[in-house]
Design a protein around this ligand. Structure first.
Ligand code: G3I
Length: 382
């Protein structure tokens, strides 16, 4: 009798253990099916994407699934810019911005506000302002209204975007001209800190790998810090190409900004594979090059990337993410400037109507080979 009970117990425990193993195996398999950018880089830095209006409104269920699976941070590509959200002096459009914030909260994402003060995509009425006092009043109303509305909901603000020239001197925007100096940055950061005390406040710009522009950022950050004005991070937009900038220049900037005691984030990452008419300076959106439209030399991959181009892009993204991993202690977020290649601004800049491949997901919303390269880096790192 005793032996019988023993053998039954033995049988039961073998069954129990093998079922447990099977469940574990199945769980592991599930995790493999569930692999994603945000899971792979969990604990290193947030992985974000820029959303266009359709994606904010969840028009395409496939894209919504992709966005919520792969990313844990979002940025509005255009819908919180002054021209969109505050088009007339006493008119605000909050329909899309409310939907954007709600989408982020619903999906437990880090929600970025882009951008409170930028000389481009300003509402036309702002460009008509002729004196400093009026501009101060309007900037104050703008920031108090918008940052105040999303207090506790927007986690990070690009408070000021692109205030510097390529040589690090102040950009002579309407703000600089009417203030007569860079003190508009102090006003913007002070207002944002008061209206949204829990939000991370960021200075955002492109080409911040350039030594001269790096010195400009250091000047701006140190000035705010010296006046006791809150600034939490520097946003390096990272509109890069397969040719440059050098990993060394990017690394020197990561270290320099981190040494200021602020977070470093890569806020608009994309990698263009297309030839530019000449060496262009970053994302100065004012530039346009109609004369090159339709020139096949400038649009070589209309029917798809060559193997060589694919390899170059993959190697570039691997080098970039290896650098990010090396400095993950300094980097809080890496945001791609768009979900898929089809939505990228780089299909129309600097030349309209081209076919570019700057992101990790294709026009079919499927991960490209380069996506696997970026994911694989983490497996190698283990
Ligand atoms: O909203 C109008 C629409 O009514 C009109 O029918 C349509 C066709 O003309 O244009 C629409 O406006 C476009 C807007 O995007 C919204 O789609 C503008 O023409 C177009 O120029 C604008 O481009 C945006 C660009 O900023 C403008 O500066 C890009 O989508 C956006 O990706 C890009 O993002 C900037 C960052 O905010 C700051 N860093 C640089 C980055 C690249 O320029």
């Amino acid at each position: 009798m005793f032996n019988k009970i023993n053998s039954t117990l033995l049988l039961f425990s073998i069954c129990f253990l093998s079922c447990k193993e099977a469940k574990k195996e199945n769980t592991i398999q599930n995790q493999e099916i569930e692999i994603s950018l945000k899971k792979s880089y969990n604990g290193d830095f947030l992985i974000g994407t820029a959303l266009n209006t359709g994606q904010i409104k969840e028009v395409d269920a496939k894209q919504t699934t992709l966005i919520t699976k792969e990313f844990n941070a979002i940025t509005p590509e255009n819908d919180l810019k002054w021209e969109q959200i505050h088009p007339e002096k006493d008119t605000y459009n909050f329909e899309v911005s409310d939907a954007y914030v709600a989408f982020g909260k619903k999906n437990n994402m880090h929600v970025v506000g882009h951008t409170l003060l930028w000389h481009s995509q300003l509402a036309p009425w702002v460009n008509e302002i002729k004196n400093k006092d009026t501009l101060v009043n309007q900037i104050t109303k703008h920031i108090n209204t918008i940052a105040g509305r999303y207090k506790g909901k927007i986690d990070s603000w690009d408070v000021v975007n692109e205030a510097l020239n390529e040589d690090g001197t102040p950009r002579e925007s309407i703000f600089y001209k009417l203030f007569g100096d860079e003190s508009y940055l102090e006003l913007a950061f002070k207002l944002a800190a008061k209206a949204a005390p829990d939000a991370e406040l960021v200075y955002n710009d492109y080409n911040l790998w350039k030594p001269a522009k790096r010195e400009g950022v250091i000047r701006v950050v140190k000035n705010l810090q010296a006046k006791g004005i809150k600034i939490d991070g520097v946003g390096m937009q990272a509109h890069w190409s397969i040719e440059g900038p050098s990993i060394e220049d990017i690394e020197n900037s990561i270290i320099a900004y981190s040494d200021l005691g602020v977070k470093v984030m890569f806020t608009e990452l994309d990698v263009t594979a297309l030839p530019n008419p000449w060496e262009l300076d970053g994302a100065a959106v004012e530039q346009s090059y109609e004369r090159y439209e339709g020139d096949p030399k400038m649009d070589p991959y209309v029917d798809g990337l060559t193997e060589e181009a694919k390899q170059k892009i993959a190697k570039r993204y691997e080098d970039i993410f290896n650098l990010f991993l090396k400095h993950k202690d300094k980097i809080s977020r890496v945001t791609f400037w768009g979900v898929n290649d089809g939505q990228s601004w780089l299909n129309d800049w600097p030349i309209n109507g081209r076919t570019n491949y700057p992101l990790l997901f294709g026009r079919d919303n499927k991960p490209k080979e380069v996506y696997n390269n970026v994911i694989a880096l983490k497996n190698k790192a283990k």
